[in-house]
Write a protein that binds this ligand. Structure first.
Ligand code: CDP
Ligand code: MG
Length: 696
């Protein structure tokens, strides 16, 4: 096993110079004590690298419209800068300081940390908002929120007037909402010169971001409005001297990175001194598989794993589970956190000395030709790999084990990732911009332009949904109503059309379930039990109708956790479904949807589903006999996902909610439809001359 690893061969170099065998990271020397729990909160705050820049940051924000702050993860940007701003008076007079994050889990985690540091109750002076969860009050001074939620807020308050400073954090992630937000904030600044922006991130290409914010200012000649305000963005780099991280590569490519990660954890635990381990895998499935393998190891072979505390970290964890991750490791124990790339830069875990990097993450990819967007496990970039390695160097010199070869790293890994906007379906993005009155979307000032093909596809879908008119403007009332609902426009349309069809109660449940990842417990190792449980609820009409049966059962059980346990249903997920459904109900009623149940008439439910998802219609290929479907729209080969209740049933016509791609393109969450409905609900899209509907 020890020959398995090979230390990096290149000469040690500085991190910002180039990647090499050893990285000198810019963590602050003062953060070297891992005895975080003992110092007073004030002391802890002063130890963070960003503290030395407190005055500089406040000065730059005072005198510059935009300040770009670059600093290593863990230097205190997210938790400290909003507090400095508050201390300096930016939240006086009813104004609010906003800090955006691309990830929901990070929003909650940093908000609760900041509330703790300030000694206030979360939800009061310090609050947060994520979709379907608002923990703020009228007295909130510092508000953490996802970039997506801030975009939504612009629909009611286009100039975001209540905020004095908006900090767009984690800008290097280039999430789709961050990019849209940056473009819009640039516009807002033109109208609100008193607004201050802080763009912060771990590894932003500060120059290109600065150039993005510069051009408009020259053009707009705002200097007259506030003469003392500098229009050139200020760039501040938070430095600190840090610890080196020894990089190890595998000798030969690994075929199973989950197994390799598990073996490496055990190897480190056996051979290396104490210090926590952070493992980067890709998603909930992977992570739970690794947790399970390590737990089994603990059962079968106590010696090799005694003292290990294994914890998963992915979005969708309950608050209690999150807390375990941030709590200090007990003496004599070693924590192993198995995470998605949320721990890459969004969250800092104290005490990590060893990092295991699978080299992969889950990424969104959209193909405008097939019009299919899916989440795939894809190789990360060198920039990400470096960030991941950096997580090992916070408290003392660390080690990073890369589950790929050095040759691969040097020659094959891409330097930077591609901004999400260039690999996403743009339907939601277009409708939001339209709702904000941005008509010329191709001409919008993007930090990175989306492809015209993707844009055209999105416009087509929105037009066929009846959301945009011939002039590509939002239709009234449908377009405006769809934009009002914080869901994928296809789901929103389904909710709105359930009104006439008399099945809004059922459709709201379906929409709520589709808003969360899965209502079933993870299937690893218990596929058989899970399949049997699913059969208890399975509906011939497909997964979406099956959800209704589960929901009904859950309510009948009195929302019992035992009932969930017995049926392999995720109790936390079901509680969330109830909560989201309630919020959707309120929104729908505000938009004039009358609550009505269709009782047992599943035909109308499927029809409502079709009004939203007609563009995802698929037909079973008659002659292949292997369950192959083709999408009507682009003739792509797709298959029903094995987790679906219609797997192997293969009805002739279906619509799907989403696609996951592994060895094939699999449709998740499908419903059976009548082909004749397609033309009926989307005459712009489908025609039907012969037996089957076709595209125009
Ligand atoms: O944003 P940046 O990566 O620069 O740092 P930060 O998130 O503000 O973290 C600063 C410090 O606060 C780190 O040492 C974290 O470990 C700590 N922190 C924490 O203990 N618990 C949290 N929920 C968030 C941060
Ligand atoms: Mg941060």
């Amino acid at each position: 096993m020890s020959q398995f690893w090979k230390p990096g061969t290149e000469k040690p170099r500085l991190i910002d110079d180039e990647e090499g065998g050893v990285l000198f990271l810019t963590a602050s020397a003062s953060s070297s004590s891992s005895g975080y729990g003992f110092a007073s909160i004030e002391k802890q705050r002063q130890r963070l690298p960003v503290y030395k820049y407190r005055t500089a940051i406040l000065y730059l924000v005072e005198t510059h419209a935009t300040t770009i702050v670059v600093g290593e993860t863990g230097s205190g940007k997210t938790t400290q800068i909003p507090q400095y701003l508050k201390e300096a008076g930016w939240a006086d007079g009813g104004r609010v300081i906003a800090c955006t994050q691309p990830r929901r889990l990070a929003v909650q985690a940093v908000a609760s940390r900041v509330a703790e540091e300030m000694g206030v109750k979360l939800g009061e002076e310090v609050g947060y908002t994520i979709r379907f969860e608002d923990a703020t009050s009228t007295g909130t001074l510092i508000k953490f929120l996802t970039d997506g939620v801030l975009l939504r807020e612009m629909m009611d308050d286009p100039l975001l007037t209540k905020y004095s400073v908006i900090m767009v954090d984690e800008a290097h992630e280039r999430s789709i909402s961050t990019d849209i937000l940056l473009g819009l904030l640039k516009k807002i600044q033109r109208r609100r010169p008193e607004l201050r922006l802080i763009i912060s991130s771990a590894t932003i290409e500060a120059k290109s971001m600065s150039a993005f914010f510069q051009t408009s200012r020259r053009r707009r000649g705002l200097q007259d409005a506030e003469p003392a305000l500098a229009m050139e963005p200020a760039i501040l780099s938070v430095e600190g001297r840090g610890f080196n991280v020894q990089i190890h590569y595998v000798e030969d490519p690994v075929s199973d990175y989950i197994q390799a990660a598990v073996s490496t954890v055990l190897l480190i635990h056996d051979k290396e001194p104490f210090g926590d381990i952070l493992v980067f895998l890709t998603g909930q499935e992977d992570i739970e598989a690794a947790v399970k393998l390590l737990t089994e190891e603990a059962r079968d072979n106590r010696k090799s794993s005694s003292g290990l505390i294994v914890l998963p970290l992915y979005s969708g964890l309950s608050r209690a589970e999150q807390e375990l991750i941030f709590s200090p490791t007990p003496r004599g124990k070693r924590k192993v956190v198995i995470s998605t790339n949320i721990a890459e830069t969004s969250l800092t875990l104290e005490g990590v000395v060893y990092v295991i990097d699978s080299g992969f993450s889950k990424q969104r990819f959209y193909n405008p030709v097939s019009d299919i967007e899916n989440l795939v496990v894809a190789p990360i970039s060198k920039a990400s790999a470096r960030q991941r390695a950096g997580r090992a160097g916070r408290v003392r010199p660390g080690k990073c084990y890369r589950l790929y070869t050095e040759e691969y790293f040097v020659n094959e890994m891409a330097t930077e990732g591609i901004p999400e906007i260039q690999r996403s379906n743009l339907v939601s993005c277009v409708i939001q911009l339209k709702a904000l009155g941005i008509d010329n979307i191709l001409g919008f000032d993007w930090p990175a332009s989306p492809s015209p093909e993707s844009m055209i596809r999105a416009l087509e879908v929105l037009y066929s949904l009846g959301v945009l008119d011939d002039d590509a403007k939002l239709t009234a009332p449908l377009g405006f109503q769809v934009a009002e609902i914080p869901l994928d426009p296809m789901i929103s349309k389904m909710i709105l059309s359930s009104n006439q069809l008399g099945c809004s109660e059922e459709v709201l449940t379906i929409a709520a379930v589709l808003s969360i990842q899965s209502i079933w417990v993870s299937s690893r190792g218990i596929q058989k039990e899970l399949d049997e449980a699913e059969l208890r609820f399975a509906a011939a009409e497909g997964d979406l109708v099956t959800f209704l049966n589960v929901y009904k059962g859950f309510l009948q059980s009195g929302k019992s956790s035992q009932w969930c346990h017995k049926n392999y249903i995720n109790y936390h997920a079901m509680k969330k479904v109830v909560d989201i459904r309630e919020q959707l109900r309120r929104i729908a009623q505000r938009l004039g949807v009358t609550l009505k149940s269709c009782d047992k008439d599943m035909q109308v439910v499927r029809k409502a589903v079709t009004t939203g998802f007609f563009a995802n219609a698929c037909r079973l290929e008659p002659f292949t006999h292997n369950g192959m479907y083709k999408t009507v729209r682009t003739s792509q080969e797709v298959y029903i996902h094995p987790s679906s209740v219609l797997f192997r049933v293969n009805p002739k016509w279906i619509v799907y909610h989403s696609i996951v791609s592994t060895d094939r393109q699999y449709m998740r969450n499908v419903a059976t439809i009548e082909p004749s409905w397609l033309r009926e609900v989307a005459p712009h899209f489908y025609r039907q001359d012969g037996p089957d509907p076709m595209l125009h």
